[in-house]
Design a binder for this molecule. Structure first.
Ligand SMILES: Nc1ncnc2c1ncn2[C@@H]1O[C@H](COP(=O)(O)OP(=O)(O)OP(=O)(O)O)[C@@H](O)[C@H]1O
Ligand SMILES: [Mg+2]
Length: 507
């Protein structure tokens, strides 16, 4: 029997980049196939070609043994291919049903949109695969994990049987990840076939049937979870051995840099998201904020970086009251921010890589002289950062939006780490990064700490918190329910705290 999908010799060039270089890939019916590769390896490009968003320069695509021509997504949808993108594409102010119907010809047959019939079908699909999605809910009210299931329903509604999931777990809580994998299993049991992209090697080993690794646009290996381990996969991806364990000296905490007292912050819906939170961060230490996504971390960070004003409480940075200060005022005191939503708060996607490096320094020397921007200086700095942070881009002068997801993140990290800072808020700093880049950024974070910077690390990755933090604060339902010494605690204890379980005594 021929495989359900076969890609042969797929090649794609962008100006200055060979993104896909004669890639061969087969997908068997009913398998979960993991596509692994470092940031910029060409994974999303390959999937965009399969989905008809880009046309390949060379190569052929076969579905069930028949060659297909894919000129646009509607061709690939006809062939039964569907894709959930790395950055979701739902309309927040529409309902689930409206989002699913959007752009679907089947629904419009007969010349009108039959909303009720669509809602019925969505309910049936949701039941069949245990997706638990309410067709009438507004997308903006749904947690990320459920929004993702809406994307999956969209594909099933269009009768896709080859599903592409591009980094589906990057934004999910551990529980949502488990749920997603249960759903994926149920999909393949019903005869669907899945290609999924992830940077998390543990997930690959646990859930994939087969693994293909690409590097620099080429297939560099194919394996299975039975034959491979994390170290081997990491080495295959980045072409060198990666140290998956971080060595660091004990912290030498100095003076208090950030002081937060009784802080109360509301979320977008005007509900209390941060509830009477108090803590401090000292120079030379990393305070890790652990917690399941959505327990107030986002709002806490927005308040500390001036993106929102708290309703009460006080924030002091280096002795100055910054409770209601603007982002620029806070930046000028020597504070840096790696935001969790890189596309919204971190980058101007249409601006060049170089300009994005100077977003918060362009108006000062050496980049400005009088009212003139020193273009040469900007470019020179950009080239230094690109080199140092291994940003994969053909040039500093292309729009940052055309970089791969992980390389966009490296632009932000490179920018924030390249000026003298005394305080750093790092929110999900390694989200979407490959193992090699994670290793690099973890080392830079420790280096900042050892330089005397106060670091507030907010991460939903418990491993990352355990690995980097000197003290760990746990947020649960808007409260900081515990602050523990990292050397005195265990992953299990922090995991329980994240679930709201507080020890009765001794803690
Ligand atoms: N629209 C585009 N225009 C120009 N170059 C592009 C475009 N899309 C991707 N590229 C380039 O193609 C290469 C592969 O990018 P791609 O997004 O496929 O990487 P990826 O493997 O998905 O990485 P990540 O893990 O960071 O998401 C990169 O060098 C990227 O800069
Ligand atoms: Mg990608």
């Amino acid at each position: 029997m021929s495989p359900i999908l076969e890609l042969r010799g797929i090649t794609k060039r962008f100006p200055g980049v060979l993104a896909n270089d004669h890639i061969d890939l087969t997908l068997e019916q009913g398998e979960i196939h993991a596509l692994l590769g470092e940031n910029g390896a060409g994974k999303t490009t390959l999937m965009n070609i399969l989905y008809g968003l880009y046309s390949p320069d060379e190569g052929e695509i076969f579905v069930r043994g028949e060659k297909i021509e894919v000129r646009s997504p509607s061709d690939s949808i006809k062939a039964g291919v569907g894709m959930v993108h790395q950055h979701f594409m739902l309309v927040p102010v529409f309902t689930v049903t409206e989002n699913v119907m959007l752009g679907d010809e089947i629904t419009r047959m007969g010349g009108f949109l039959n909303r009720r019939a669509a809602a019925e079908r969505i309910r049936a699909i949701s039941d069949q695969y245990h997706l638990e999605v309410n067709p009438d809910a507004y997308v903006r009210d749904l947690p990320v994990g459920v929004q993702q299931r809406v994307e999956i329903i969209k594909l099933l509604y269009r009768e896709a049987d080859i599903l592409i999931l591009d980094e589906p777990t990057a934004v999910l809580t551990p529980q949502e990840v488990d749920e997603l994998f249960t759903i994926m299993r149920s999909l393949v049991e019903h005869g669907k076939s899945i290609i999924f992209i992830t940077h998390k090697l543990r997930e690959v080993l646990e859930f994939a049937d087969r693994i293909t690794v690409i590097r620099g646009g080429k297939v560099v290996g194919a394996t299975t979870p039975q034959e491979a381990d994390q170290n081997q996969l990491a080495a295959m991806m980045v072409g060198r051995a990666v140290d998956l364990h971080l060595e660091k000296a004990p912290a030498q905490p100095q003076d208090v840099v950030l002081q937060v007292e009784d802080l109360v912050v509301l979320d977008d819906a005007e509900q209390v998201a941060v509830n009477q939170v108090s803590f401090e961060v000292r120079a030379g230490e990393i305070l890790g904020v652990a917690g399941v996504q959505g327990n107030g971390q986002t709002e806490l960070v927005r308040a500390l970086t001036g993106l929102t004003n708290p309703v009460s409480g006080r924030v002091t940075l280096l002795g100055q009251d910054i409770t209601t200060a603007s982002p620029r005022e806070i930046t000028e005191l020597g504070s840096a921010h790696i935001p969790e939503d890189r596309q919204r708060d971190g980058l101007v996607l249409t601006a060049t890589v170089a300009d994005n490096f100077v977003l918060n320094t362009y108006y000062r020397p050496p980049f400005a002289r009088g009212v003139w921007l020193q273009e040469e200086k900007v470019l020179e700095t950009a080239e230094e950062i690109i080199e140092k942070f291994d940003v994969r881009t053909p040039s500093a002068l292309i729009p940052v939006g055309s970089l791969s997801g992980g390389n966009q993140q490296k632009v932000i990290v490179g920018r924030e780490f390249s000026r003298p800072i005394k305080f750093l808020v790092a929110s999900q700093p390694t989200r979407g990064l490959d193992v090699g880049s994670i290793e690099y950024i973890h080392h830079r974070l420790i280096e900042k700490r050892d330089d005397g910077c106060a670091v507030l690390l907010v991460s939903t990755e418990l491993d990352e918190i355990m690995e980097l933090s000197d003290r760990i604060a746990v947020m649960y339902r808007g409260k900081m329910i515990a602050i523990v010494d990292a050397a005195q605690t265990t992953k299990e204890e922090v995991g329980l705290l994240m679930a709201g379980v507080v020890a009765q005594s001794g803690g």
